[in-house]
Design a protein around this ligand. Structure first.
Ligand SMILES: NC(=O)c1ccc[n+]([C@@H]2O[C@H](COP(=O)([O-])OP(=O)(O)OC[C@H]3O[C@@H](n4cnc5c(N)ncnc54)[C@H](OP(=O)(O)O)[C@@H]3O)[C@@H](O)[C@H]2O)c1
Length: 246
């Protein structure tokens, strides 16, 4: 059994990964800015060496769409080297190499930093989690009509299945970039929004509008999809049904 540091271990994905690793008998350390155990801001790195000392594996789930993930990765790579960590597992997103969207560009940069670090690394790219789609549609659904970008398709996946796979990868030797994981079905965003609205008893109207820019064009081309890797099992409809039971 190993000592495993989970960055972002308080987050949606990281908390599930930590639970799985703990259940498998590993000693899990949880790091995030607000973690009671290892309260570290990876962008400044203070306290990171103490968190990484003795960790054989680091699963890197911490991320902020507001920026700084590349700076954080630099600190993490340095700490992993100093600690002699043999394996760093990173969760990335399908399309980071073809969709020039700011957050994705930084995640692609982090992938490259890890690949070039000389450390043992494993990189898994997945499509969007069901929760993210629900959050995005839920935010739009607060308006009198539900505005959505036109022509976007999504292939959402259950975060629990991504956590299963990350826990499995963390317990195995470094594997480099592994096969992408996509959700079981590709849907248009309005179709997913209609399912969300129906599940929430809302009859709001959806309006779609085009956007400008290269990132939007790349999303429209399906750069965020992995139809050949539709390995996820849980559907968005099942996610909505489960959420309604809670
Ligand atoms: N959501 C998706 O659809 C999706 C799809 C594919 C891949 N991913 C990737 O999966 C990962 C986790 O996503 P998630 O949805 O679980 O995110 P999340 O719920 O927002 O969790 C992010 C975690 O990172 C921590 N964090 C953020 N900034 C930090 C910093 N500067 N230093 C230390 N910790 C920091 C947060 O805790 P504190 O706030 O306490 O710091 C939190 O624990 C991300 O890398 C994301 O790109 C997500």
């Amino acid at each position: 059994m190993s000592t495993i540091l989970v960055t972002g271990g308080t987050g949606n994905l990281g908390s599930l990964v930590g639970a799985r690793l703990r259940a498998a008998g590993h000693e899990v350390r949880v790091l995030s800015r607000r973690s009671p155990e290892f309260p570290v801001d990876l962008r400044d790195g203070a306290g990171l060496d103490a968190a990484a000392a003795g960790a054989e594996v680091i699963v890197h789930c911490a991320s902020s769409p507001r920026g700084g993930d590349d700076v954080a990765a630099g600190h993490l790579i340095g700490a992993a080297r100093r600690a002699g960590t043999g394996h760093l597992v990173y969760i990335s997103i399908v399309g980071v190499d073809v969709v020039p969207f700011g957050y994705y560009t930084v995640k692609r940069k982090v992938e490259r930093m890890l690949e070039e670090s000389g450390l043992g690394v494993t990189i898994l790219r997945t499509t969007q989690f069901h929760d993210l789609v629900a959050q995005a549609v839920g935010a739009a659904a607060k308006l009198p009509v539900v505005p959505l970008p036109k022509g976007i398709r999504v292939q959402p996946i259950a975060v629990e299945e991504v956590a299963d796979r990350l826990a499995e990868l963390a317990a195995a030797p470094p594997a480099g970039r592994v096969a992408d994981m996509g959700g079981p079905e590709v849907h248009t965003l309005p179709d997913l929004a209609r399912a969300y609205l129906a599940a929430h008893g809302s009859r709001r109207r959806i309006v779609t509008f085009p956007l400008a820019g290269r990132a939007y064009a790349a999303f429209r081309r399906g750069g965020n999809l992995a139809p050949g890797q539709a390995v996820g099992r849980g559907t968005f409809a099942e996610f909505l049904a489960r959420a309604a039971e809670k």
